[in-house]
Design a protein around this ligand. Sequence first.
Ligand code: AMP
Length: 281
Amino acid sequence: MIIAKTIKEVRENVKAWRAEGLKVGLVPTMGYLHEGHQSLIRRAVKENDRVVVSIFVNPLQFGENEDLDTYPRDFARDSKICASEGVSMVFHPSGHEMYNKGFCTFVDMTGLTETLCGKSRPGHFRGVCTVVSKLFNIVNPDRAYFGWKDAQQVAVIKRMVMDLNIDIEIVACETVRESDGLARSSRNVYLSSNERKASTILQEALKVAEKKIASGVRSSHEIKEAMVETISSVKEVKLDYAEIVDLKTLQPVSTIDGPTLVAAAIFIGGTRLIDNYIYGI
Ligand code: AMP
């Protein structure tokens, strides 16, 4: 497995693969890999001849008071996991390699990025769109893999490749969870044992929504109320948002009929957790 630190190395290797007619998959990550990342990597390895995993904690997508400095990192462990999953190349650039002196070009999006997580994390999706565009230009993959765990990110990236005519297939993969339902996340390590127990309320609230929809309820208002009530039953937890939106446009819907994203975010202590339930696909 190649460990590339520079853009030049990535380009040279991918160019050689492409000259052989091989298909290339990309899995962008911020590292500290877990089963969720591994499910994306496994699918990419299955569907492509060569897979590149990028490991880069992107400063541009963190707000001023967020966890950029404390975000968990373990490159030695990550590269072992990648090697064992059959990854061809890990791209692990420095901040300087990605954002050289004088960097001043950004990919910005309106509409889809101002709701849900974008509301509480202004500038987050500008950082995501910019780094993902750069990774797409550096790696030039045929396919790129993203998790439904970050459903807003999936919608934003799909819109971006459509709007900017980027010829890359975006593959969205199911959320991988712990046995009690908590979505796997690199940030779960921040939770104390009490907070970890309390965190399951997020999945419970989404299950309440799922059950209501399955029983025929279509009013977003009624479902949201039930979710908010569930979440507010745990005193350690503070609700950030519980929203019901169109899966593609991310605009709120009052009645559920097409593909719909039921999304929620909570704070437990200093940790922010997100999860969602997707209806209709
Ligand atoms: P991150 O390293 O958190 O930026 O995540 C990298 C990619 O892995 C993103 O496309 C995430 O949506 C995806 N991912 C993170 N957690 C999970 C999970 N529990 N299940 C599936 N995909 C995930």
